[in-house]
Design a protein around this ligand. Structure first.
Ligand code: CP
Ligand code: NVA
Length: 318
């Protein structure tokens, strides 16, 4: 196997967020992911003999299965570590945990409550750490999402993506990758649920170099003229439950047929509907939208595996 071109910014590099990658890095990664999707058998021994730890402090369907199956398809071994009962740092320090793992495995994939825990583990461990979702970012999700958009719309530069709902981890990673790729991202959030100001500022600094425009607004009229509409749960894992107060605050931001129609104003093609899943049907999205022909949510889910396989390959191959 000749193998894909090298991406130095990924080689043995932590992926706690995406800000260290360039547009060319990401496009090269997507190229590898497309090759893997087209013919996975060509990569079946690409990481033969390697082991990857997968530790989860929170529940998961897509991330766990897509990583575990993807690692197997690369010829490597996944070791699942359930941290839903004992949080990282409780039984021993996060640094000691990292020092142990680095003696056995080639990489650590971690879903944690706090980005700072990932940073601590990455600082302590010699093997690279991948963020499988934290309070601040969900980089693997954004990679799969833009890979899916590229499949559906080809050109990512100038693409207009509307994110509707909570200014959360998924919103942050979409803004970050949108900025890297030169896409325009509009975050439509209820008052008080804006993306984190420091993250927005960092994304805007990236976007200033690529021509990406990032807008945060509370005005739903700004939904007009987008190529895709994306939403996520109103309350993220570890942040409580969907109370009546939350439902009242977010209800105008529900992605329903009327909102999708407004998004289509001035566009040539029907806007796509996207969601990282799991979806709370009847809350942030209605059945008629998520089950419509415009919905690409299961393509996004599938591409989690291809994008992550490409990521691990570029990080770990010799
Ligand atoms: N989208 C996503 O990360 O799904 P899981 O929480 O099921 O992994
Ligand atoms: N924002 C959601 C994403 C789930 C994949 C959460 O953090 O729970």
């Amino acid at each position: 196997m000749a193998g894909p071109i090298s991406i130095p910014n990924l080689r043995q590099h932590d992926v706690l967020r995406l800000s260290h990658l360039t547009r060319d890095d990401v496009l090269a990664l997507f190229k590898t992911a497309r090759a893997m999707k087209a013919d996975p058998s060509k990569f079946s021994e690409a990481l033969k003999g390697r082991s990857i730890a997968m530790l989860f402090e929170k529940p998961s369907l897509r991330t766990r299965v897509s990583f575990e199956v993807g690692i197997h398809r690369l010829g490597a071994q996944a070791v699942y570590l359930d941290h839903s009962e004992t949080r990282l740092g409780e039984r021993e320090t996060v640094a000691d945990y990292g020092h142990n793992l680095e003696r056995w495995v080639d990489a650590i994939v971690a879903r944690v409550y706090k980005q700072t825990v990932l940073e601590e583990m990455a600082a302590a461990s010699k093997v690279p750490v991948v963020n499988a979702l934290s309070d601040l970012f969900h980089p693997c999700q954004a990679l799969a999402d833009f890979m899916t958009l590229q499949e559906k719309r080809t050109e990512l530069k100038g693409l207009r993506l509307a994110y509707v709902g909570d200014g959360n981890n998924v919103c942050h990673s979409l803004m970050e990758l949108g900025a890297i790729l030169g896409a325009h991202v509009t975050a439509l959030t209820p008052a008080g649920r804006d993306p984190t100001a420091s993250v927005l500022e960092e994304c805007r600094a990236i976007g200033a170099k690529t021509g990406s425009q990032l807008k945060v607004t509370h005005d739903l009229a700004d939904i007009a003229g987008h190529d895709a509409v994306y939403t996520d749960v109103w309350v993220s894992m570890g942040q409580g439950s969907e109370t009546d107060r939350i439902r009242k605050l977010f209800k105008p931001f529900q992605v329903n047929a009327a909102l999708m129609k407004k998004a289509a104003a001035g566009t040539k093609q029907t806007p796509l509907f996207m969601h990282c899943l799991p979806a709370h049907r009847g809350s942030e999205v209605t059945d008629e939208v998520i089950d419509s022909p415009a919905s690409i949510v299961f393509d996004q889910a599938e591409n989690r595996m291809h994008a992550q396989m490409a990521l691990l390959l570029h990080m770990l191959r010799d």
